[in-house]
Design a protein around this ligand. Sequence first.
Ligand code: NAD
Length: 502
Amino acid sequence: MKIAQPDSAVEQLSPAVVDFLKAPAMVIGAGSVPALSGRTYPVHNPATGEVLAQVPAGGAEDVDAAVKAAQAAFEGPWSRLPPTQRQAAMLRLADLIEANGEELAQLETLNNGKSIMMSRLLEVQGTAEYFRYMAGWATKIEGSTLDVSIPIPPGMRYQAFTRKEPVGVVAAITPWNFPLTMAAWKVAPALAAGCTVVLKPAEETPLTSIRLAQLCLEAGIPEGVVNVVTGMGEEAGAPLVAHPGIAKISFTGSTETGKLIGVQAVRDMKRVTLELGGKAPMIMFDDMDLDLLGVAAGVGSFFNTGQTCCAGVRIYAQKGVYDRVLDTISAVTRSLSIGSGLDPRHQINPLVSARHKAHVQACIARGVEQGAKPVIRGSAPADGFYVAPELFVDVRQDMALMQEEVFGPVVTVTPFDDADEAIRLANDTRFGLGASIWTTDLNKMMRYVPRIQAGTVWVNSHNLPDQNMPFGGFKQSGIGREHGRGALDNYLETKSVCVAFR
Ligand code: NAD
């Protein structure tokens, strides 16, 4: 079923969704399979807390089968297909994602809790566009010709060139906050480069990844090119990372898990990119356009109910505008409507799981205990995994609320005197994923952007990535960049070829 109008409510679930939920299975090779152990685990609807489906609890033996299927597909057709054929297959997949868009969007909202509008526009439409964008790069992989100066033996001459070759089987491990999008950010460049993939989605939100792998088969992408193993991090993710058949690991998730994976990857000399946590600052100068404060709060801070790695959760406002900033952000926060993601009028939706709700509530309680002052205490529906948005002032820089990821609708507002102070405070965490500067002064913007330690700095905007704009972290927010031409290099090896002639 094609994607519905983004802002229309879901009155009735699509019959395809109801059918899919009866028995979602892993995708290994050409088959939809249960875990070899026969074990399953429940995934929940965050809006109600009810069990949504039983999903295979994959383990090391399932990972092994999936890696073998991916190796066979790599050595078989996929890495040797002419680039135009890989491109065509990816474009067919993009069309199928759109054709099945409403089903995918409903699955995403049911499983993750997010607004159906966001599922339709970003998760589904964005994923289709992402595959189209990356499909274009499949036909533009290129090396260089190199003049070399090798002096021996006398009389021999040389010409060198580089070849870009797909790295092999990729382990793609994704988090729960943007399930389909995160899968696309990894699977699309891997396929464009000629790699095959074993995708391990977050245990909370595996449903759209399973459906994506099914659509890959329907699009004529050969069996084994995209496999999905569902299950827990320690039981399915860890054996995938350790599997000797894996050449490259592409991980998005928490900094803590990323460190474990990074150590393992280096031990085995596997290629690795890590997209990790964040604690993004938004620096608001006295000369900012105050009309943008609604965007700052709605898009920058509370987008996806704050479950965004680069959410602007630390607002620093210069003293001349501090009161206006606090008043306006408070008013916007109070106005946010809380409810099920199936109704697009709600901007604050349930958090992904009971465990994550408990984590966010504990962060709020700790903040209060450490002396942070709540400006707003909202109430949230009792059923489901809801937490009302919170705004704090009087938060010291050394408090957990300033330093640790909450990953929910919790924002701090802090005054500053001058740019030096603001930049020092903004840089004062272990993270460096995103940041923003709000000013109408071009000179200020150009002076301060280079001093911010973050992989992306938005100006008069926040939280909006693009497929053509490199995305990744400074410091403990990660290693490597996704998106753009550079993303393809994550999945390619460079081979120098040196040709002797007389
Ligand atoms: P997480 O680290 O708990 O889990 C991420 C994935 O890793 C899941 O699939 C999980 O099953 C798997 N995993 C867990 N332990 C593992 C292990 N030992 N070996 C292999 N795999 C393992 O993260 P999460 O809670 O799912 O996601 C939220 C985090 O993701 C936040 O920290 C957020 O900032 C981050 N994130 C970062 C970006 C980015 O682009 N930088 C984007 C989205 C989310």
